[in-house]
Design a protein around this ligand. Structure first.
Ligand code: SF4
Ligand code: SF4
Ligand code: FES
Length: 237
C-alpha cells in the first residue's frame, strides 16, 4: 500500500510540525487524512469539522501553504510528491493544533453590520423581490458564503492591518446593501467606510482566487466603495 508523508502543526502560536505516515486511499480528502491521524495515530490532535460536505465552513486549514476547505479538497489535487503539510488558518489566533479562534472573524462580521434589519412584522404580507431584478442578482452572487475564513486567512491586508474588516465581512455587507428589504443601509455603509473598511482593500484578489464557493469578495468590496461614495455625496453618511 502506498503512503502519504504528512506534517501537521502541533502546538499554539509556538509549536512545530510533527510527521505522520498515512495510508494513501482512493478519493481521499485532506480531512480524511487529518481524521485518520487523530483516530489511528494520535488522539490528542485537535481539529474541527462538522458537515463533511462543504456546507458548514468549519474544516478550513492551510494545506501546503494555501487555505482550503479540507472536506472537499482531494489529496490527489494538492499532494506534492505524496506529501502534505497541514497547518491552522492564518490571520487568526491558534487555540491548539489545527483549531483557530474564529472570534475576530465573526466580530468583524458584526462590526460590518452583517445582520438583516427589516421593517415588516408578522402582521405584514411577505415582501416580494423579483428574481431578475438587478439588486437581487447582485445579492445572489454574493450570498452563498459559508463563513469558512479561507478568504480572511488569505488576505495580506488583514495580516498588515489586523483591524481591517476583511473580505468575508465586507462581502456580507455588500449582500445586505443589495437587499431591498433592509432598512439599515446608511448605518451599514458608515460602518464599512472607515479606515479599516472597504477602502483598505488593495484589490489583491487572493480572497476571490481562494474562496471555495467561487464568490468574488473583491467585486463586492468595489461595489461597497461605489455605494459609500454615492451615499457620502448625497449626505446620507
Ligand atoms: S481583494 Fe481585498 S479583501 Fe480580497 S484578499 Fe485582496 S486586499 Fe484582501
Ligand atoms: S467569502 Fe468564500 S472564502 Fe470567504 S468566508 Fe465566505 S465562503 Fe469562505
Ligand atoms: S466540514 Fe463542513 S465545510 Fe468542510
Amino acid at each position: 500500500m502506498s503512503t502519504l508523508q504528512v506534517k501537521i502543526w502541533r502546538g499554539t502560536e509556538s509549536g512545530q510540525f510533527q510527521a505522520y505516515e498515512v495510508p494513501r486511499l482512493k478519493s481521499q480528502s485532506v480531512l480524511d487524512v487529518v481524521t485518520y491521524v487523530q483516530r489511528q495515530l494520535d488522539p490528542s490532535l485537535a481539529y474541527r469539522f462538522a458537515c463533511r460536505v462543504g456546507m458548514c465552513g468549519s474544516c478550513a486549514m492551510k494545506v501546503n501553504g494555501k487555505a482550503r476547505w479540507t472536506c472537499r479538497t482531494h489529496v490527489a489535487n494538492v499532494a506534492i510528491n505524496d506529501a502534505l503539510e497541514i497547518a491552522p488558518l492564518g490571520n487568526l489566533p491558534v487555540i491548539r493544533d489545527l483549531v483557530t479562534d474564529m472570534a475576530p472573524f465573526f466580530d468583524k462580521m458584526a462590526q460590518a453590520r452583517s445582520h438583516f434589519k427589516g421593517a415588516r412584522t408578522r402582521a405584514h404580507d411577505f415582501e416580494r423581490v423579483m428574481p431578475d431584478s438587478p439588486k437581487r442578482k447582485q445579492a445572489d452572487a454574493a450570498i452563498e458564503c459559508i463563513g469558512c475564513g479561507v478568504c480572511y486567512s488569505s488576505c495580506d491586508v488583514v495580516t498588515w492591518n489586523p483591524a481591517y474588516l476583511g473580505p468575508a465581512a465586507l462581502n456580507r455587507a455588500w449582500t445586505l446593501v443589495n437587499d431591498v428589504r433592509d432598512i439599515s443601509n446608511a448605518q451599514r455603509l458608515a460602518a464599512v467606510a472607515g479606515d479599516a473598511g472597504c477602502h483598505a482593500c488593495h484589490t489583491h484578489m487572493s480572497c476571490t482566487e481562494r474562496c471555495p464557493k467561487h464568490l468574488a469578495p473583491t467585486a463586492g468590496i468595489a461595489g461597497l466603495k461605489r455605494a459609500v461614495a454615492a451615499a457620502a455625496l448625497k449626505g446620507e453618511i
